[in-house]
Design a protein around this ligand. Structure first.
Ligand SMILES: [Zn+2]
Length: 147
């Protein structure tokens, strides 16, 4: 694990039971509630070991990781009934393979449903979440099958 990878550091913390956003382990990933819940139910999946590029995983692991993404999507759909789900694999900021599964809603919950969330002002998007709301959202996702 590269010493400077924030995702690897986070995975290490959650393995020691120190990450309250942890939801579950899947086949190839760990699933976390995103730390900002402007879009209720937003989850992230990090591949369990350090790889910078999706292509480096090989077809079998890519396929299993995709099943993980779909497990998360199903749970978000069941728990939050969003209008749509966005699937994003970026890596521009955190160079460790990860997916965002972002539920999208009608206005006014979702201020700009036709655009990617990344075009919204950081001050709006990066709103955090209270401890009680976080725990409630994680419980809903676990009830919907993310265990
Ligand atoms: Zn890493």
């Amino acid at each position: 694990m590269p010493a400077d990878c924030p995702a690897c550091a986070r995975i290490d913390r959650l393995r020691r039971g120190l990450d309250p956003f942890f939801i579950c382990h899947r086949r190839e990933s760990v699933v976390l509630l995103h730390k900002h819940q402007r879009y209720p139910g937003w989850c992230s999946l990090f591949v369990t070991d350090h790889h910078e590029h999706l292509a480096d995983l090989g077809r079998e692991r890519q396929s299993r990781l995709w099943l993980d993404v779909m497990d998360v999507a199903e749970a978000i759909a069941a728990a939050f009934a969003p209008a749509r789900l966005n699937y994003e694999n970026l890596g521009n900021v955190v160079p460790h393979v990860h997916w965002h599964v972002i539920p999208r809603y009608a206005q006014p919950v979702d201020p700009e449903p036709a655009a990617t969330v990344w075009v919204r002002p950081e001050s709006e998007r990066d709103c955090g979440v209270s401890d009680s709301q976080r725990d409630e959202f994680i419980a809903r996702l676990r009830d919907a099958g993310l265990r």
